[in-house]
Design a protein. Structure first.
Length: 124
């Protein structure tokens, strides 16, 4: 009897752990620049070269990302299955500084962001 109870308890604990690990997102507010991922990673920019440059790269297939002032790069993702590109949602903001409300997911140091709302920030 003790073995059966212990087995059930371990099974429930394992199930709860799996559920918690499958959804690790949490609400976040992010302010940063929308730019193409290639420039964000390879050029070490702290803001886009220009809006035209960011839009041209995005239209050529480069995923747009959000670069926070502290250097954290957020990869916007879709929370639906099958997932779709988020570039069409971000393209109007390419090269601009924005404020985003959403849900952040992290894995091995990478930051992904499901965007709930996005708005441009005043020019600085």
């Amino acid at each position: 009897m003790r073995t059966a109870i212990l087995g059930v308890a371990m099974g429930v604990a394992g199930l709860l752990t799996a559920i918690a690990q499958s959804r690790n997102g949490y609400a976040i507010s992010v302010q940063g620049w929308v730019l193409d991922s290639a420039c964000a990673y390879t050029k070490g920019l702290d803001k886009p070269i220009s809006a035209d440059c960011a839009k041209a790269c995005a239209k050529n297939g480069s995923p747009l990302v959000v670069l926070r002032d502290d250097g954290t790069i957020f990869m916007p993702i879709d929370n639906k299955t099958p997932a779709a590109s988020i570039n069409p949602k971000l393209l109007p903001f390419a090269g601009q500084r924005v404020s985003i409300q959403g849900e952040e997911y992290t894995r091995n140091g990478a930051h992904a962001l499901v965007i709930e709302s996005i708005a441009p920030l005043a020019k600085q």
